[in-house]
Design a protein around this ligand. Structure first.
Ligand SMILES: NC(=O)C1=CN([C@@H]2O[C@H](COP(=O)(O)OP(=O)(O)OC[C@H]3O[C@@H](n4cnc5c(N)ncnc54)[C@H](OP(=O)(O)O)[C@@H]3O)[C@@H](O)[C@H]2O)C=CC1
Ligand SMILES: CC(=O)C(=O)O
Ligand SMILES: [Mg+2]
Length: 409
């Protein structure tokens, strides 16, 4: 039998290399077609856009085109593999944008990890696009890059690993805590990984009612505590006065473990030391902080999720970014703000409580599935995501004053 590695390499190589290509949207069969598509006809939209840049939305693909841009500095949990090696992931994001939200993508791998150079590249190509999805850029550089680019540009600049991840964690956690009979403001949370995903996810959980005093963040050197002198400004926000200094200390009596760090970091002893009815989101890709089979064998009162497609409860930003951008592009939003993120959270969480459609069951080879410990979040194939999340996001953009168009009919 072939292995996942063999299958994955073959999938990417055959029948033609890569996962995504461009296609033509206009007739090209006759001399007249070419005269319209290219010279001389193409001069007409050029003149219109020269007079009014907004006309680019009318005459080019800009409004439905997103750039997935990476410097390859934090690719999944594989680390700093560089721009080119990250390309399969960026093509993958393009595939997901297209498959789930019919958004066109150019993936762009920028071979510099210098913040100024990177910002200059993105700023200078941004006019081509309706939105910028920054991907797999390590912290703390990613925070400055996103903030400065958003301030310069009038299209959404969205770091998926920060906010896409935060949205799906928040939606999944709201449901998981309800099933476990706990409230977000009461629970002790451990977040391992104080990078792009960890910091942004804890910021959003805080905005949704999590108590910072009950939160311990952990990086590769241990718990972020006030005695540490090696913390950057983003980590310092989460430093607490505690004598818990190791991950094992932090896990003791915790209700929630969120892993946004690297593979196999959580031991069974750590899991066993958590409070009753715990929630573990082991979200490092491709290998989670703890293997779900091992974890479930150790504790039957557990809810566990991973970032992977091959286990129940996939907490992965694929459930957010296609639908969030669809909503933002539909109303030509200038940015993606917290109101839009919250709208996505609530819509995703609510949808998970409804019966799962048959075609979704078929795609996963399941007889049945209903809201509960093994189904806290919708599956990406659920067509209702495309119907509901963009609409909620677009409405939030309108209500918060960042939309330039009304809701589509
Ligand atoms: N399921 C999903 O949808 C998503 C999952 N992720 C996963 O989250 C992880 C982090 O991604 P991202 O935030 O973008 O990367 P960053 O590089 O920005 O951050 C990584 C963080 O993990 C910490 N870390 C690394 N190794 C360890 C360790 N052994 N013990 C404790 N902490 C550790 C780093 O510590 P230090 O600061 O000390 O270097 C850093 O704080 C990846 O595995 C990625 O696949 C990310 C986005 C979405
Ligand atoms: C899912 C994703 O974006 C990551 O692991 O980096
Ligand atoms: Mg990523």
């Amino acid at each position: 039998m072939s292995t996942l590695k063999e299958d994955a390499l073959k999938y990417h190589a055959e029948p033609r290399p890569g996962k995504i290509a461009t296609h033509i949207t206009k007739p090209t069969a006759t001399q007249r077609d070419l005269a319209l598509a290219y010279s001389p006809g193409v001069a007409e939209p050029v003149r219109e856009i020269h007079k009014d840049p907004e006309a680019a939305y009318l005459y080019t693909g800009k409004g439905n085109l997103v750039a997935v841009i990476s410097d390859g500095s934090a690719v999944l949990g594989l680390g700093n593999v560089g721009a080119l090696a990250g390309k399969p992931v960026m093509e993958g994001k393009g595939l997901l944008f297209k498959r789930f939200a019919d958004i066109d993508v150019f993936d762009i791998e920028v071979a510099t990890q210098d913040v100024e150079e990177f910002i200059t590249v993105v700023k200078n190509i941004a006019g081509t696009f309706g939105g910028i999805n920054l991907e797999d850029i390590s912290a703390p550089r990613c925070f400055e890059i996103e903030k400065r680019l958003q301030a310069m540009l009038d299209i959404p600049v969205f770091h998926d690993d920060q906010h896409g991840t935060a949205v799906i964690i928040a939606a999944g956690l709201m449901n998981a805590l309800e099933i476990q009979g706990k409230k977000i403001g009461d629970v002790n949370i451990v977040c391992v990984g104080a990078g792009a995903a960890g910091i942004a996810s804890m910021n959003l959980l805080g905005a949704l009612g999590a108590d910072k005093q009950k939160l311990l963040m952990v990086d590769s050197k241990g718990v972020l505590h006030t005695g540490r002198t090696d913390l950057n400004a983003f980590k310092r926000e989460y430093a607490v006065d505690t004598d818990k200094h190791t991950l094992a200390d932090a896990c003791r009596d915790a209700d929630v473990f969120i892993g946004l760090s690297g593979p196999n970091i959580m031991s069974v002893d750590m899991l066993n030391s958590m409070a009753a009815n715990p929630v573990v989101f082991a979200l490092s890709n491709p290998d989670p902080e703890i293997n779900p089979s091992v974890a479930l064998a150790a504790r039957s009162d557990l809810i566990i999720a991973t970032g992977r497609s091959d286990y129940p409860n996939q907490i992965n930003n694929v459930l957010c970014f296609p639908f969030l951008f669809r909503g933002a592009l539909d109303v030509r939003a200038r940015c993606i703000n917290i109101e839009m993120l919250k709208a996505a959270v609530y819509t995703l969480a609510k949808l998970a409580r409804e019966p799962v459609p048959q075609d979704v069951l078929d795609a996963y080879g399941l007889e049945s599935l209903s809201f509960g410990k093994a189904s806290i979040i919708p599956k990406p194939f659920d067509a209702r995501l495309r119907e509901r999340v963009p609409k909620a996001v677009a409405q939030a953009a309108i209500d918060s004053g960042v939309a330039r168009l009304p809701l589509p009919l």
